[in-house]
Structures are given as C-alpha cells and as structure tokens.
Design a protein around this ligand. Structure first.
Ligand code: PHE
Length: 339
C-alpha cells in the first residue's frame, strides 16, 4: 500500500494539463468518488493496526497534494482567459461607466433647493387621483373642458378615477389635512392626453407652490417668484406678469422671464418678444380654501405651478421634449458635469 501511495505521489506531483478538459480528466482519475485516492481510502481498513498511523499520514499527504495541484492548474487556465480579454485595445480606458443624474432631476432638485431656502417644505400626492382632488376641490365647473376625455386619462371602469393632469391636486391634499400657515412645494409627474411631438408629451413634470396664511398678498407672490427666477436664471433676470385665468386662482397670471439668449433684444427663441413664459400663478380663490376646510375670511394664499421640462429647456436648450424620456445615454451623459 505504501509503495502504491508513493507511486501516486510522484504521478500527482508531475501532472500537467493542456486545457480544461484534460484537467477535468485528471480530477476524475484521482479525486472523484471512483478515483484512485478514494480506492486507497477504502482499502485503508485492511492496513494492519501498527501501520495505520504512517499510512494514514501518507494518504492525507497524497490527497492534499492532488487537490493543490488541480487548483493550481485551474488557476493558470482562468488567468489565461482573462489575459485574452485584456488585449481588446478598442475598450475604453475608463474601467467603470458612471451613471448621471437625469436632467429633469437636476432641475427639479435645483427648484426644490431654491424654495427650501425660502422656507417651503415638500409635499407629495398620488399620480392616480380622484375627480375631487384634481378638479372639483380646485373649483373646476362641472362642464370645464379640462375634464374632457381629450385632455384627461380616465380609468375606464371608474370614471371618477383619473391620472392627475396637474399637481394642483396636491394643494387640496395638503389643505384637507392641515391648517395655515401652509408653505409647501409639490414636485411630481402629471399626465395629459396629448399627441406626442417635439413640444408635447402625454406625461411631464410640474412643481406646484402653495402659501396660505393671514395677510398673504399678491406682492408676496411676486417677490418670491422674482427671487426664484433670479436664482434659477441669473441675477440680471427680469420678470413680468400677464393677466390670465385658472379656475383655482383669482386673480390669475402667467409669468414670463426676460429671454436669456438675446438678453431681451428679441430673437427666434423668444419669437422676437424678448420674453419667455415659465409658469402660471395667482391668489388662491376663496372658494378653493373653503372647499378644502380653510376659513377664507381669516386666511388668504397664493399658488403657482411650473413645468420642469419647460425650465430645463430654457436652461439647457433642449429642442425636443421626447429626448427626456428616450433614455439615450449619449444625451444623458451630456449632463454629467451638471450633477
Ligand atoms: N395647474 C396649473 C397648470 O397645470 C398651473 C397653476 C398652478 C396655475 C397654480 C396657478 C396656480 O397649468
């Protein structure tokens, strides 16, 4: 038996394999259940008691050596494989691809930062909403066109359930559970039944603002929006408010900023007006305060809502809105430095 073990020790010590198959054959020959070493193990009980210690130690030595040799040979094959892959000279020198923040997230975070510094906290609400929070509580008349199938995605089996068309629904969600002072911004995704083109999509993003307290005036609204515009687009930025209409604000206005491409001179981007529109706003209609459980004789408020895509277009001059949702990494990588 000892002689047989010695013989195998020599064999195993000298074994080589040219490829993985040969190596596997060696493993089967020596280390598998039916291999040579296991056969010796089975014979071990026939070894006379006085030789058991010496034979046992040799047998273990053999088993360990076989395992070591096979592992060592296996490693050389694995390294060879990697070696081949490393020779691909067309591969980038950068070892890992770093992800970038989405441009809409960058701009949304910037908007949130600016309003946080002005004392606003963040509120969120569901994207699948009911008619009350999106329309009725926001003072939309029964026959208002915004409720029309052409604008709103309804859930077929439940005409009362819909995809919110604006983040104004979150105003209602906040007011129904809290009393003034209320000062929130509500970022979120909204949906409208529009044909998709370079300038319209069936979903986009808004940031809504709401401030309700005693003695809130239109001047407060104008001041906070001026502050926002100058932090977002630069200290030279001018704003102007044009009268407008929303069911939930009275008076209502749309805000333009001075065109930062031509500096107000007039160019194709601002259609030679020197101004570009960025948001809707106004004083919260007393009927909205009342519908949401707030006493309109004590409190007044202002609200505003802006499109994140619109602001991003102005900041980064993205011509085609569809780029934002196509996930083309060549487009997204351009925003690496803005992260
Ligand atoms: N909800 C309006 C829209 O989607 C924007 C808005 C919000 C206007 C708040 C006034 C006040 O167009």
């Amino acid at each position: 038996m000892l002689a047989k073990i010695e013989e195998l020790l020599q064999e195993v010590g000298a074994m080589t394999a040219a490829n993985a198959e040969e190596l596997e054959a060696l493993r089967i020959k020596y280390l598998s259940k039916k291999g040579a070493i296991n056969a010796l193990m089975a014979d071990f009980r026939n070894v006379p008691a006085e030789q058991k210690k010496e034979v046992g130690m040799k047998l273990n030595e053999l088993k360990n050596l076989a395992q070591e040799r096979i592992n060592a040979l296996k490693e050389t094959f694995e390294n060879q494989d990697n070696g081949a892959a490393e020779l691909d000279l067309t591969r980038t020198a950068y070892p890992i691809e770093l992800g970038t923040r989405h441009p809409l997230s960058i701009v949304r975070n910037e908007i949130i930062d600016i309003f946080s510094r002005l004392g606003f906290t963040i509120a969120e609400g569901p994207e699948v909403e009911d008619d009350w929070h999106v329309f009725s509580s926001m003072n939309f008349p029964e026959d208002h066109p915004a409720r029309d199938m052409q604008d709103t995605f309804f859930i077929e089996s439940h005409p009362d359930i819909l995809l919110r068309t604006h983040t104004s629904s979150v105003q209602s969600r906040v007011m129904e559970v809290s009393q003034p002072p209320i000062r929130v911004i509500c970022p979120g995704r909204v949906y409208r039944n529009e044909a998709i083109s370079y300038r319209a999509h069936c979903f986009f993003h808004q940031v809504e603002g709401l401030y309700v307290d005693k003695n809130v005036s239109f001047t407060d609204l104008k001041q906070v929006l001026l502050q926002f515009a100058q932090e977002m687009f630069g200290p030279e930025t001018k704003i102007r408010l044009r009268p407008s209409y929303f069911p939930f604000t009275e008076p209502s206005a749309e805000m333009d900023i001075s065109c930062d491409i031509c500096g107000g001179e007039g160019c194709p981007f601002c259609k030679y007006t020197g101004w570009v529109e960025i948001l809707g706003c106004g004083m919260v209609d007393p009927a909205v305060l009342e519908a949401n459980g707030i006493d309109s004789k004590i409190y007044t408020g202002y609200a505003f809502g802006m499109g994140v895509e619109r602001i991003t277009n102005l900041k980064y001059k993205v011509k085609d809105l569809r780029m934002f949702s196509e996930n083309d990494t060549r487009f997204l990588e351009e925003f690496e430095a803005a992260n």
